[in-house]
Write a protein that binds this ligand. Structure first.
Ligand code: UT7
Length: 336
C-alpha cells in the first residue's frame, strides 16, 4: 500500500434492481435449455431485466440515492461522480453525467465513466482512493450500472443465461477520524485476453474509403476460457491481497465476490477455506449484474442478516479485458 495517502471512509452503499424477473424456465421459450442445466452449471435460477424504456440510468439513479441517503453526505457536497459502466444505454453523455443531473449534484463537478466490465467497481474504488488520497476530491459517488440484457445475444444460450441487470453505488469520503477503510486494494488487466469477452460498436467507414468488416453490438463470450482463467488466477490473487492487508484469511469476516458463476465463487471459497456463512452469494436470484454485483450482494446480505456490519470483507471482481481486482475493506456500522 502507498503510504501518506489521506484515508478513505466508505460512507454509504446502495443498490437497485429492476422488477421484471426472467426465470430459467422462461428461457426455454427462447432456445433449447433447461433449468437443471443452467442451475447446475451456474447456480442461477432467475435474473432481473429492464423492461420498456427503463435503463441503467434509472437503476443507477436509485442505487445512488440509496447510497447517498445512508452516507449522511449532502448531495450538494458530492464533488466527483465516477460510473463503472460497460453496457450503458448510451456511450455518451456518460452514465455518470446523466446521474449527476438526475440527482441534482452540482453541475460543475467532474463526472466520467470508466470501462473495466465486471471489475469496474473495484477499479472505481481504486481511482477514488487515489483522488481522495491525494486530496483532490472529498466526497465521491461511485455508481456501477449496466443494462446487460439489452446487449446480450438472446439467441446465444451460452452467454445470455448468465447476465442480469442491476445497479450498485458507493459513497466514499475522506475519513475524518483517520481510519482508512481500504486495508488493501489492487487492480489488474491482461489485454491479450480481450477476445474472451467483447462487445463491438458497429459502424461504417467513410464511403470514400474501403469498407470495414461488419460487426454486431452484442456481448460475445467464450465462457469456458473465462472460467479457466478465473479459477486459475483469482484464488492466488486473493491470497496476495489478504497478505497486502497484513491479514490472514481467518482475520476477514466475509468474502463478497463478483457474482458470475456459483462454481467460481466456490473455487474461491475453497481456497480461503471459508464456511458458507462467510461467503455472500445471491447469484441464484440476479445472475451476473456486472460491476453492480458486489454492492448488490453486500447490501442485500445486510438486509437479510447474512452480513453484520462493523466487520471486514474481501471484495473481488473479474471481467472483460480481462480485468480483475480485489480489495480488503472495513464495513462500518450504518453504511447500508
Ligand atoms: O463476469 C464474467 C462473466 N463470465 C463468466 O464468468 C463466464 C464463466 N463461464 C461459465 O460460467 C461457463 O463456461 C458457462 C456457464 C457459460 C458455460 O458452461 P460450460 O460448462 O463451460 O459449457 P460449454 O460452453 O463448454 O458448453 C458445453 C455444452 C455444449 O454442448 P456440446 O457442444 O458439448 O454438445 C453447449 O452447446 O453445453 C451446451 N450449452 C448448453 N446446453 C443447454 C451451452 N449453453 C447451454 C445452455 N443450455 N444454456
Amino acid at each position: 500500500m502507498i503510504k501518506n495517502l489521506r484515508p478513505l471512509r466508505i460512507a454509504g452503499v446502495g443498490y437497485s434492481v429492476p422488477d421484471a424477473i426472467i426465470t430459467n424456465d422462461d428461457l426455454t421459450k427462447l432456445y433449447d435449455t433447461s433449468d437443471e442445466w443452467i442451475y447446475t452449471r451456474t447456480g442461477i435460477k432467475e435474473r432481473r431485466v429492464v423492461s420498456g424504456n427503463e435503463n441503467a440510468v434509472d437503476l443507477g439513479e436509485k442505487a445512488a440515492r440509496n447510497a447517498i441517503a445512508k452516507s449522511g453526505i449532502k448531495i450538494e457536497d458530492i464533488d466527483c461522480v465516477i460510473a463503472a459502466a460497460s453496457a450503458p444505454p448510451q456511450l455518451y453523455p456518460a452514465l455518470s453525467c446523466n446521474i449527476q443531473t438526475r440527482l441534482g449534484i452540482p453541475n460543475y463537478v467532474p463526472a466520467f465513466d470508466m470501462t473495466a466490465a465486471c471489475s469496474g467497481l473495484i477499479y472505481a474504488l481504486q481511482v477514488a482512493r487515489g483522488l481522495i488520497g491525494a486530496g483532490l476530491y472529498k466526497n465521491i459517488l461511485l455508481v456501477a450500472s449496466d443494462n446487460n440484457s439489452r446487449l446480450v445475444d438472446w439467441e446465444d444460450r451460452g452467454s445470455s443465461i448468465l447476465f442480469g441487470d442491476g445497479a450498485g453505488a458507493f459513497v466514499v469520503t475522506e475519513a475524518e477520524d483517520g481510519v482508512d477503510d481500504i486495508l488493501s486494494i489492487d487492480v489488474r488487466a491482461d489485454g491479450s485476453l480481450g477476445q474472451y469477452i467483447y462487445m463491438n460498436i458497429p459502424g461504417k467507414n467513410c464511403p470514400l474509403v474501403d469498407p470495414c468488416d461488419e460487426t454486431d453490438a452484442k456481448i460475445h463470450m467464450s465462457g469456458r476460457d473465462v472460467y479457466k482463467f478465473v479459477v486459475t488466477t483469482l484464488p492466488n490473487y486473493i491470497d496476495k491481497c489478504i497478505e497486502d492487508a497484513g491479514m490472514t484469511a481467518e482475520d476477514i469476516d466475509y468474502l463478497i465476490p463478483h457474482q458470475a458463476n456459483q462454481r467460481i465463487i466456490e473455487a474461491m471459497q475453497q481456497r480461503l477455506n471459508y464456511p458458507d456463512e462467510k461467503v455472500i452469494s445471491n447469484i441464484k436470484y440476479y445472475g451476473n449484474t456486472s460491476a453492480a454485483s458486489i454492492p448488490i450482494a453486500l447490501v442485500e446480505g445486510v438486509e437479510q442478516g447474512k452480513v453484520k456490519l462493523g466487520s471486514t470483507a474481501i471484495l473481488c471482481g473479474f471481467g472483460a479485458g480481462m480485468t480483475w481486482g480485489a480489495a480488503v475493506v472495513r464495513l462500518r456500522d450504518g453504511i447500508c
